[in-house]
Design a protein around this ligand. Structure first.
Ligand code: KIV
Ligand code: ZN
Length: 385
């Protein structure tokens, strides 16, 4: 079994979601829940970016014992020093350095030549390695970087002491095949990468962040960077819960595993949604309110006979108690009878038939028929009799 390292960046890239601002206390609360969930690395923030983030990273570093605690840092000494200040008390301090490598970023944002980029990468990693046991280096916008230059940066970063190399699709541009190919090309051009951990970091601008992360795993990557509920810059990051369940549902086939305690997924999702104010859409995979809800009669009938007809994973796996059979206009007699029994009503065939007609009339007018509606129908029927 290959164990995939889960690097959670809810508190850093996730907090970069427009409109989200977590207080240090809220960040600590989420970090403790992430530790309970069993993630391996918690990117707690960007210590040099604000006094609040410095405080949050420091507090998380002193509280979390069972995960590495990480700060993002630009490739400059001042940021590295501040990250160390925040993380020195951590059980396992982890630095995440980055510098953009793509031509568009080099020319317009950094105004640096290829040689200058290489020199800055070397200097920053060497400096950071004097303080931190683990240094990850990210080639920002790797997905749009020329492959020969990307390989050169990766080679130099490893030589300077980086233990983790992250190749992000910063702008969410690549398809799964293209992203996997990038990793394969780098592995071929730089045999030294086999001595370090390769990491994937995907954004969801074209809706492919999770698919790209899985393609990277298939291409030999051992770490994925992701956020709870997929929150993050613009369209967000790869959703942790989706990657986790994609791995779980095919763990035997691919011989993959994580250290996650999946039963904590739902609780973590709700906490992050509440504290960030970012609603989880009902149809969101794994954690949406409808992810384990079945409305059509055919599906409900199948579910009542064998849950595997329409469920590839159990709600209990992610910490929910049960699937929901939602009664609506597509529901059938079988689910209706089941609901009546749950509510304590055992009707004969004729009563059931009559009530089912009334239920269908009601369901045509109302999107979801709640338990109270069913009770009202039965009571009304009984007082008619
Ligand atoms: O998307 C990105 O490139 C990042 C880096 C800082 C790793 O978030
Ligand atoms: Zn990112």
């Amino acid at each position: 079994m290959r164990t995939i390292t889960i690097f959670d960046t809810t508190l850093r890239d996730g907090e970069q979601s427009p409109g989200v601002n977590l207080s240090p206390r809220e960040k600590v609360e989420i970090a403790i829940q992430l530790e309970r969930l069993g993630v391996n690395v918690i990117e707690a923030g960007f210590a040099a970016s604000s006094a609040g983030d410095m405080q949050a990273v420091r507090e998380i570093a002193s509280r979390v014992k069972n995960a590495s605690v990480c700060s993002l840092s630009r490739s400059v000494k001042g940021d590295i020093d501040q990250a160390w200040e925040a993380l020195r008390a951590a059980e396992s301090p982890y630095l995440h350095l980055f510098l953009a490598t793509s031509p568009i970023h080099r020319e317009y944002k950094l105004r640096m030549s290829r040689e200058q980029v290489i020199e800055r990468v070397r200097e920053a990693i060497r400096y950071a390695k004097r303080l931190f046991p683990i240094v990850e280096f990210s080639c920002e916008d790797a997905g749009r970087t020329e492959i020969d230059f990307l390989a050169e940066v990766v080679r130099e970063a490893i030589k300077a002491g980086a233990g983790v190399i992250n190749l992000p699709d910063t702008v969410g541009y690549l398809t799964p095949n293209e992203y996997a190919q990038m990793f394969m090309n780098v592995r071929k051009a730089v045999p030294e990468v086999e001595q370090v951990r390769l990491s994937a970091h995907c954004h969801d601008d074209l809706g492919m962040a999770v698919a790209n992360s899985l393609a990277a795993i298939e291409a030999g990557v051992d770490q994925v960077e992701c956020t709870i509920n997929g929150i993050g810059e613009r369209a967000g990051n790869a959703a942790l819960e989706e990657i986790a369940l994609a791995i779980k549902t095919r763990e035997q086939y691919y011989q993959l595993q994580t250290t996650l305690n999946l039963r904590e997924i739902h609780r973590t999702s709700r906490m992050v949604s509440k504290l960030t104010g970012m609603m989880v859409p009902g149809n969101k995979a794994v954690v949406g309110a409808n992810a384990f809800a079945h409305e059509s009669g055919i599906h409900q009938d199948g579910m009542l006979k064998n849950r595997e007809t329409y469920e590839i994973m159990r709600p209990e796996t992610v910490g929910l108690t049960e699937s929901r059979l939602v009664l609506g206009k597509h529901s059938g007699r079988h689910a209706f009878r089941d609901k009546l029994l749950q509510l304590g009503y055992e009707l004969n065939e004729e009563q059931l038939n009559q009530l089912f007609i009334r239920f269908k009339e009601l369901a045509d007018r109302k999107k979801d028929v709640a338990d109270e509606d069913i009770v009202a129908l039965v009571e009304e029927k009984m007082s008619d009799a």
